[in-house]
Ligand binder design. Sequence first.
Ligand code: PLP
Length: 412
Amino acid sequence: MRLFPPLKIQGRDIFIQIRHMCLMKLKGGLLVIDGKLLMIPGPTMVPERALQEGSKQVLFHRSTEFGKLFAEVNEGLQYVFQTQNPVLTFPAVGTGGLEATVANLFSPGDTILSVTTGVFGERFATIAKNFGLNVYKLDFPWGQAIEPDMIKKQLEQHSEIKAVFVTHNETSTGVVNDLVAIGKILRQFNVLYVVDAVSSLGGIDLQTDVWDIDVVITASQKALMSPPGLTFISVGPRAWEAVEKAKLPKYYWDFINARKYLEKKLPQNPYTPAVTLIASLNEALKMMREEGMDVIFNRHQRLAHAVRKGVEGMGLNLFAASNCYSNTVTAITVPEGIDGDAVRKIMSEQYNVVVAGGQASLKGKIIRMGHMGYVNEDNVLTALQALAAALQDVGYKGHVEDGLTKAKEILG
Ligand SMILES: Cc1ncc(COP(=O)(O)O)c(C=O)c1O
């Protein structure tokens, strides 16, 4: 086992046990720990099978061997995106996928509506502005979800809007938005539906075709259980029409060129792809097919529920409103008088569990625990135990044991 084993002892003893285990490591390797447990909202843990595939010798990217591998990957991507659309792969991070989408769909001076609920919605709007688009912004308070009716009002007032940008899962606040309800509004207008699904796809249901979403963007390092470095973009028929007309400059990101290579008998990339990352991804996608999407979504739902109940049981508050909790990341409000950064430092350095802090205006105010991709009950319990122990270490007086008991009840 790569990480320290699950801790089975109840109550306060757990913390002694954790400390003891870390001590054992210091004392000369009685315990094998070759990494920390990443419980951040990306990058996430990569399964051994996928790591091994990625560590094999590099393939020639124009060879039959690579073509077969890439064909399998493309089928796997269509499976997880729940689409028949081509899903384009670029060596890049999620932000590259967002930028590529803007560069391919629009012409200078086009108008879009960017609906924001946090840092990543803001980022998408900024990319569009930097590319010279006219950007209407519809901002919702951080911690709350999009109200679809407000989008309707904007679309009624501004007939020039060509596309609406939505973040499915706002990673900075732990909020999930209702893509079905939003889609019902958008389909009453002649606009493109563009979704940033970087921290949701593969962990929270997103039915690209059934929900009629024109462009969906994600990246490899989150719920897709793969190393960072690849972005994926599903482009539907309406979006392809826009791509054909779009005049913004691009070269590397050119969707039409990417599709041309994808449509070869054995698919390829226009340029040298990240061959080893694609090999790793292929294995992760196989694992996802073996598990099945419904089972994966249920696993995420169950683990997220346990995290939320565990955290609340410790006497802490969740940052997101209760009608929009994310199943891939939980934002925990740092209690008054507690130093959230100190808690995270202790969790990482003493207990080998890494969680994230708040971003932008939420810096120091929240702790974000990721629970997406290759994650199980033991990981969640270990993370909650480390959180409980670190909270006690910084003088938190709440009954952290109650939260652990609650989480264990849920996880059986
Ligand atoms: C919702 C969302 N969009 C975009 C991004 C940017 O992805 P990357 O860091 O891969 O550029 C992230 C990263 O956390 C994200 O969570």
